[in-house]
Ligand binder design. Sequence first.
Ligand SMILES: [Zn+2]
Length: 85
Amino acid sequence: MYRCELCNRVSRPGERATKVVTQRRPTEYPSRGKAQKGRTSSRSKGQDDPGGAGYEIAKECIACSTCAQEHFAKEAAQEAESLGI
Ligand SMILES: [Zn+2]
């Protein structure tokens, strides 16, 4: 049992909790040379991890399935909007 952090409702016994990401922050990963130590096949030999940029989770909360679905739908709508679809 858990309390949904989005609607504050206490779950029914056996109800599944879903972790929902409510906030992300952009981040950059530096490149790492010789990152693939010990597992070098002929194909991956000499390839360094180039690093890059992405998003990491800043805030996460436990939600009931209803809230999680709502959240995912809202997030998908927001993404579609930002892409101009
Ligand atoms: Zn909820």
